[in-house]
Design a protein around this ligand. Sequence first.
Ligand code: IMP
Ligand code: MG
Length: 179
Amino acid sequence: MDRIRLWDKEFELFIPEQKIQNAIAEMAQRIKTDIADSNPLFVSILNGAFMFTSDLMRELNGPYELTFARYSSYRGTSTTGSVQEIMPVKVDVKDRMVFLLEDIIDTGTTMQYVMNKLREQGAREVRLATMLYKPEAMRCNLVPDYVGLEIPTDFIVGYGLDYDELGRAYRDIYKLKSE
Ligand code: IMP
Ligand code: MG
């Protein structure tokens, strides 16, 4: 499919599945090396990171603990600037190496908030792995440790990402067509 329609908007194919999968395989290699022999905790940020998490964890193919958390800062196609805690991390992170798995880093507001909280809770180290990164939209003092693909500041859907809850299930990534 080259084009999709969600609610009132048209989207066009932007990143095909194979490019996403190649980026994940490379990221998994780097993460695997960095884990060394610590007992890491992976935290997948719902809902958006469900597909990325599934593909990355299958690449890692190891004995790792994985938990899920949920925050919200988006409405429609723009950020609200404040973070809501819908389902915080419940596992004790004290002295552990934590890998946060996120679908996309836009302004960085959500991840800055979560990383600070995990550090306050005593995590030994918090690393951030994101499938997509919009460096030009960044409004925080934060650099992701692992980036699948860098993209311009367009609004995108697919591969876990939604436009008002639609579009998450596509295996490719689509971007909003400029009107
Ligand atoms: P941030 O806090 O501004 O970095 O926003 C991160 C969250 O906003 C992500 O986890 C996504 O849920 C959402 N988001 C950011 N950019 C997009 C986009 O282009 N499409 C869909 N959701 C997005
Ligand atoms: Mg998200």
